[in-house]
Ligand binder design. Structure first.
Ligand code: MN
Length: 245
């Protein structure tokens, strides 16, 4: 019963999270979900045996092999969880979730032995995270209830030297829509994207250029046109048709 702990923590009448099917599906998917809960963290699930083996990486992954990131083991999650984006406020784990990276993973060696031994070596083929990675279980402190692991980048061509830009700062965008988490906050429906240019901006840009055509969006005033008089609207206006030429 791999999902027992997961289900016992949630009220499925209140949360939209999936209950999870009986594990049967084979998958080699991995996801990194940026989870803005009580404390911002990155959920890091790896699909194995039809469920998601999951860790909560408190500071997120790093491409610098010397940067060991604390990864707290959490209960197995259902596979459908990777498509899930928001947990209701007040529910377990409430806050917004964005898919920060996704792709496929390949264990190096037997993953079951690795999980038991406390050293899982694997390769990621995501949009942001690639190459070799390691999850190393730390020795448990007395009365420590959590299982603490370290997520460490393997030293390969996808690794970065110490002092280089943090991948989390460099690529904050979602993998699904290409926007960043901030773009979704406080945006009113139908308003132009914060990342795109609005009509107004474009008009200003054109007007600022000397000799350029100014695009006026304001309704023209017909009474300003010479020789016109105010008339009632005609009952029928003949449409202008295309002429074969
Ligand atoms: Mn989480």
């Amino acid at each position: 019963m791999a999902l027992e702990a997961y289900r016992s923590k949630r009220n499925f009448a209140a949360t939209a999270e999936p209950r999870g099917r009986t594990p049967h599906e084979m998958s080699d998917m991995f996801v990194v979900q940026k989870h803005d809960a009580t404390r911002l963290h990155y959920d890091f699930p790896l699909a194995l045996d039809g469920v998601l083996k999951s860790w909560a990486v408190t500071r997120g992954p790093s491409l610098i092999p010397g940067e060991k990131r604390l990864a707290v083991a959490v209960e197995d999650h259902p596979l459908e969880y990777t498509d899930f984006v928001r947990i209701a406020e007040g529910e377990y784990g409430g806050g917004s979730v964005i898919v920060w990276d996704r792709g496929a993973w390949t264990p190096i060696g037997d993953p079951h032995k690795g999980l038991k031994k406390g050293q899982l070596d694997f390769e990621l083929r995501g949009q942001k995270l690639r190459g070799r990675w390691h999850l190393i279980r730390m020795r448990a402190k007395p009365r420590e209830k959590r299982e603490n692991w370290l997520l460490i980048k393997g030293d390969d061509e996808f690794a970065r030297p110490a002092g280089t830009t943090d991948i989390l700062d460099e690529r904050p965008e979602l993998v699904k829509t290409g926007g960043s988490i901030d773009d979704l906050v406080g945006e009113s429906p139908g308003s132009p994207s914060k990342t795109g240019k609005t009509e107004k901006e474009r008009t200003h840009a054109a007007a600022a250029e000397p000799g350029s055509r100014t695009l006026t969006r304001a309704t023209p005033d017909p009474s300003a046109v010479e020789g016109v008089s105010k008339q009632p609207l005609p009952g029928f206006v003949e449409p202008m048709l295309a002429t074969l030429s």
